[in-house]
Design a protein around this ligand. Sequence first.
Ligand SMILES: Nc1ncnc2c1ncn2[C@@H]1O[C@H](COP(=O)(O)OP(=O)(O)O)[C@@H](O)[C@H]1O
Ligand SMILES: [Mg+2]
Length: 270
Amino acid sequence: MPTVAVVNQKGGVGKTTVVLGLASAAAHHNIEALVVDIDPQGNATTGLGVFEPTRGIDTVLAEERPGGLAAVVESTGWPTSCGRRPLVAASSSSLAAREPQLANDPLGAQDRLAQAMRDCRQPLVLIDCPPSLGLLTINALFAADSVLVVTEPGAWAVDGVGRMLQTVERIRQRRPDGGPEVAGIVVNRLGRTRDARYWSDRLSEAYPGSCLPAVHLRTALSEAAAQSLPVHVLGARPGAAEAAAEFDVLLARILGEDGGMIRSVGDGGW
Ligand SMILES: Nc1ncnc2c1ncn2[C@@H]1O[C@H](COP(=O)(O)OP(=O)(O)O)[C@@H](O)[C@H]1O
Ligand SMILES: [Mg+2]
């Protein structure tokens, strides 16, 4: 069960877009993904077509609940034509008030999500994180096997990624298993401007070997999110097929260089 936390302390860089794109790729290849939405804004939840969740991740984090996640997992509103529909542990606005409350736990509440996910059996879990380094993101870092840092190719991106990686390193020092691993850095919204290329090159130089294939700027991606549809079913919409292909490649990289799991669980369409 690879559990991947998708992180950046900055908002608007594309964390949710990458989570939804990877969930779409997983569905297309018949892999049942679970999206755990711990951002109080709930954009992944609505992007998955869930508008009034009956349960939510907030109740799981309210107190220590080992194995408690299963009770709040629900099916998503994506069409069955997308393949194996993902599942979601939905966000709710009440999650915003949870973070300061977690900070009051004298024993430390950094591993509540890890405890709740103990019995999780999905072949892929994607945790969509809020744009901060607060206790919700820290919970994701304690629960995840690996971390995907999403960034834009812009000024301060190198510094922002560096700060995130320092936090990951601090978690690694504290976790008995030495996790999470850094799955890599995804440059999102890569356009064709010289500026974008410049900052993307700076990131590759600063983190050699850690940059994964980029996700390009494509209107189809914001349309997919706005329509609560997976990008793989947007069909003939310009850029949709290209965006879908980029997430296929990214998913294969996350699941292992050779895509072994995709071949064993999926439909063989790689
Ligand atoms: N590669 C992309 N191409 C086009 N629009 C994008 C892309 N990535 C993100 N967006 C848009 O940018 C906005 C912010 O992205 P989002 O994924 O919500 O960021 P975050 O989760 O980091 O706050 C959204 O409106 C989204 O649709
Ligand atoms: Mg988001």
